[in-house]
Write a protein of this length. Structure first.
Length: 231
């Protein structure tokens, strides 16, 4: 592949731009998060060229014809398209050719309302540097959550993950959500007078399984709230 064959995507269909960070999801691996990549170039109407997707610094195993779901943010919108692996190589650098997408769907990223859930005895387990801490989930939306703890969990910009256990008729499941700290606020508890810390976190790299889990989780709490008001 020569550099002449790879065009800059400024005028390309779908508004692709070289250097755009990508989130790549591989449904067959059933991961709890998406994988990081970057748009390198394209062969018009043939393939997109991306950096080999990584998670925690490791290249993912890829098979020819493997389906992938790719998303990227631009102009306040989340763009998503389906594709498949055409070929992958580490020479002259780690890169992957994906089939040219048939369409790219764009959805507006709006600020989602937070749903209060602090009336339910639900605890989360936050893992940072291998140490797990129990924290209370105060509210949640598709984009983030507010965690409450008696100690400060970290600083703005720090990344960590939280595990939400959930029981249902079919058994139980545990979903891991990657987060980034957006704010920390110290308060005194109204009832106890003890110092507590409120942490606003933004979810990052969520795949469809995680989003479905959050939507179902929010729906269950909204249903319970309606039942309490009508009952």
């Amino acid at each position: 592949m020569s550099h002449r064959e790879v065009r800059v995507m400024a005028d390309a269909p779908f508004g692709f731009e070289v250097g755009t960070p990508l989130q790549v999801e591989l449904p067959v691996l059933d991961l709890d998060s998406t994988c990081n990549s970057i748009l390198i170039g394209y062969l018009e109407n043939r393939s997109l060229i991306i950096g080999w997707p990584e998670i925690e610094g490791n290249h993912l195993p890829l098979e020819r014809s493997e389906p992938v779901l790719v998303s990227f943010e631009r102009d306040g919108k989340l763009h998503t398209f389906e594709s498949r692996v055409l070929c992958a190589s580490f020479q002259p650098f780690a890169h992957v050719h994906l089939a040219w997408p048939g369409e790219v769907q764009a959805s507006l990223r709006r600020r989602m309302p937070r749903i209060p859930v602090n009336d339910v005895a639900m605890m989360l387990v936050m893992e940072e540097d291998g140490v797990k801490q129990s924290v209370a989930l105060a509210d949640i939306s598709l984009h983030g959550a507010r965690l409450v703890a008696t100690t400060c969990l970290g600083e703005v910009g720090e990344r960590f993950s939280i595990e939400i256990p959930q029981r249902h008729h079919g058994g139980s499941e545990r979903v891991v959500l990657a987060c980034e700290m957006r704010y920390v606020r110290e308060e005194r508890g109204a009832a106890s007078g003890r110092r507590v810390y409120h942490h606003g976190v933004e979810f990052t790299g969520l795949n469809r399984r995680a989003l479905d889990f959050i939507e179902r989780y929010i729906g269950e709490h909204l249903q319970r709230a309606r039942e309490r008001h009508t009952g």
